[in-house]
Design a protein around this ligand. Structure first.
Ligand code: WTA
Length: 657
């Protein structure tokens, strides 16, 4: 997305409540330099703060780049660190997870669960017992979790981690086909799902969707079904079991010894969209991932034992994995999770959650903030946000207006508020303000600076650093803990996608600028990934859904700026001969895409054209389509096969505007 707000590079804000932590950007840069030059020793010192069963033999194995391995042969277990350690300490009766179900109406939720570390320990052990003793799963096996935002989701993640079973969470807004693709790619043996999930008063029929997915998979032997919504479902004899029934039979005090997993053993696979092809299974390790979480929980979130942390994401995305589940639990704090939507049944449900549980650390998204802002400040009159002492946003660039509005409303202009940059692939936050360490002054819209030890930079097409305020590509030069091990089953693709544009350095796929103080401003994707309300979607997935429709010959999908969602996908479609272009077909195409990819994949508009801009070798030039509709210069079109196609796109777009 090209950002056309003018960036206030110079505006600086010092939050009064963190004044003592503030240092100048130039001093921070010096500290950053020292840590980053000695990055191996530096990260080793952070990792050594975790509890290891056995110390590592080597900090970093860099003998086969880009397949780096951190803390080689060290033995560590994510579930043990996140659960056992606290359950065996004074935190036993401390609340680990506050869970709020979707309220039926009004302000008061009907269902709230406070799960202590002691209870979490018991539940994780009993579920681990099921995985091991009932289903015979073992280290290195993969399972898929297709669950709504209910406590069983983190419990299954932690139980799998306990045994070294690789879990793959599939966001519950994905369709049957998307689920089937992910199950097949991961070669999952077990699928855990629910009868349904609540979303805005409606039931999302997860088991029905899963049944459809399972028609096209061959690896899943068993299905466990959590009862949540009590809708009618069909259970397949011999394959499906209700979780309750199995759980009941597990001894109350079941204990399953945590595996001595190696630092470089995979913890989970998370599928994410890229420029081309099907979603990629990003594989994260154990020791490096826990290290980046430990660092960021302390530096970025300034976490303290008394904190109530609320990350408003869904666990189906990386933000939920890292900052609802593993990060907060690793640090022994209380994490809040909610089912449903931030603004349902009341537009200010999010504000009641903050009040009700006394949230101290808030991690949310620009789209959420813009949707609150749209309603105006009056909706929040009398709301008490005073418990919040620190907040950040994530997922997409934050426009300065949204930053200022939220900073005033919730932050009372006195607490740190940053926009943390990172991605599924990085495991944890990479560029941020660090109120837990040293805080550089805030600037509305910026991301701050790279963490100590993170060698990020902005470079031009030739790989040379850009001048201040000149747009370039974000890169990370040195390996970091939390980086991917590989793409599941496709190491060549891992090298090609991330390590080839600038050989030997990591290319995330974002445009960025650095200002003259050295602050980073991430501007948006440089590739064909679109961020719709912060959710990452590939144009490929939407296009391939469209061209599978019987009426469609060709399709190009691009992201266009949207005042609320950041970006929305629009499609240009060439129909097969004899097909009629009309409103009805548009509707059915939109339905079709939602069915194929999931309800998150709603096309904002569909335009019918007779041809698309293509290269002579037949590749669709999305760049040209996007330039035309965003009123940008079309650029170099010498490779264009038929210039009239540009006019076609323009005409179709103008007519409907
Ligand atoms: C974008 C989400 C600007 C970026 C954690 C990145 C951001 C993609 C920010 C990764 C931010 C994330 N400012 N852009 N603070 N945070 N992005 O994998 O384009 O879902 O490449 O991970 O989100 O999305 P993903």
């Amino acid at each position: 997305m090209s950002v056309n707000w003018s960036l206030p590079f110079e505006e600086k804000i010092i939050p009064s409540k963190y004044q003592s932590k503030v240092i100048s950007p130039s001093i921070y840069k010096e500290l950053h330099k020292i840590a980053t030059e000695n990055y191996k020793e530096f990260w080793a010192s952070i990792a050594s703060q975790l509890e290891w069963f056995k110390p590592w033999e080597k900090v970093l194995d860099d003998s086969n780049p880009p397949f780096y391995k951190w803390f080689v042969s060290g033995e560590i277990n994510a579930s043990y660190l996140a659960v056992d350690r606290h359950a065996k300490s004074w935190r036993k009766n401390k609340v680990a997870i506050i869970w709020e179900g979707e309220p039926a109406e009004g302000d008061k939720p009907k269902e709230v669960r406070y799960i202590t570390y002691g209870e979490l320990y018991r539940e994780v052990n009993r579920v681990a017992y099921i995985l091991k003793e009932v289903y015979g799963l073992k280290k290195g096996d993969a399972i898929s979790l297709y669950l709504p935002m209910i406590p069983e989701l983190p419990i299954f993640m932690l139980a799998a981690a306990r045994l070294g079973i690789i879990f793959s969470v599939v966001f519950s807004g994905f369709s049957a086909q998307a689920l089937a693709d992910r199950i097949n790619d991961a070669r999952a043996k077990l699928l855990v799902t629910a009868d349904g999930g609540w979303r805005r008063g409606k039931i999302v029929p997860l088991k029905d969707i899963a049944d459809k997915a399972l028609e096209n998979t061959s690896t899943v032997e068993k299905v466990l079904v959590v009862k949540r919504t009590n809708n009618n479902i069909t259970m397949k004899e011999g394959r499906d079991e209700f979780f309750d029934n199995v759980y009941k039979q597990v001894p109350l005090n079941a204990y399953v010894e945590p595996e001595r997993t190696k630092s470089e053993d995979p913890l989970f696979i998370l599928y994410t969209s890229g420029t081309t092809g099907k979603p990629k299974g990003i594989v994260h390790d154990t020791g490096g991932y826990l290290t980046i979480l430990h660092a960021t929980m302390n530096w970025v979130f300034d976490i303290k034992d008394s904190d109530i942390m609320w990350t408003t994401a869904d666990i189906g995305w990386i933000t939920g994995h890292s900052y609802i589940v593993f990060g907060p639990l690793l640090e022994g704090v209380t994490t809040v999770m909610y089912e449903g939507a931030l603004d349902y049944p009341n537009p200010d449900r999010w504000a009641s959650i903050i009040e009700r549980y006394g949230v101290t650390i808030l991690y949310t998204s620009p789209t959420a903030i813009r949707s609150f802002m749209k309603l105006g400040e009056d909706v929040y009159k009398g709301r008490d946000f005073s418990s919040v002492r620190l907040m950040h946003s994530v997922g997409e660039p934050i426009n300065p207006e949204a930053f200022r509005w939220f900073f005033r409303l919730v932050g009372k202009e006195s607490i740190p508020f940053g926009s943390t940059w990172w991605m599924t692939e990085t495991g944890g936050i990479m560029i941020s303000h660090l109120p837990g360490l040293y805080l550089i002054p805030l600037k509305p819209g910026t991301n701050g600076m790279p963490l100590p030890g993170i060698d990020a930079d902005v470079v031009n097409e030739n790989g040379n650093p850009t001048k201040p305020e000149e747009r370039g590509y974000l890169v990370i030069r040195k390996p970091w803990p939390g980086m991917p091990l590989t793409i599941w089953g496709d190491p060549d693709r891992y090298v090609k996608v991330y390590w080839s544009k600038f050989p030997g350095i990591f290319y995330p796929g974002d445009f960025a600028v650095k200002d003259s103080d050295g602050y980073f401003w991430i501007l948006g994707r440089a590739d064909e990934v679109i961020k719709v309300a912060g959710h990452r979607l590939g144009t490929y997935e939407l296009e391939s859904a469209l061209i599978h429709h019987p009426a469609v010959a060709e399709a190009a999908v691009v992201g266009v700026p949207d005042p609320l969602k950041g970006e929305v996908p629009v499609a240009f479609v060439v129909l097969k001969v004899g097909q009629k272009a009309n409103e009805e077909l548009k509707k059915s195409l939109n339905e079709w895409v939602r069915e194929q990819v999931g309800p998150i994949a709603s096309l904002s508009s569909i335009y019918f054209v007779s041809k698309l801009p293509k290269t002579r070798s037949g590749k669709i030039m999305r760049r040209v389509v996007k330039a035309v509709i965003t009123n940008q210069p079309v650029g170099d079109v010498t490779t264009l096969e038929d210039e009239a196609s540009v006019e076609e796109v323009k005409k179709a777009y103008e007519e409907l505007k």
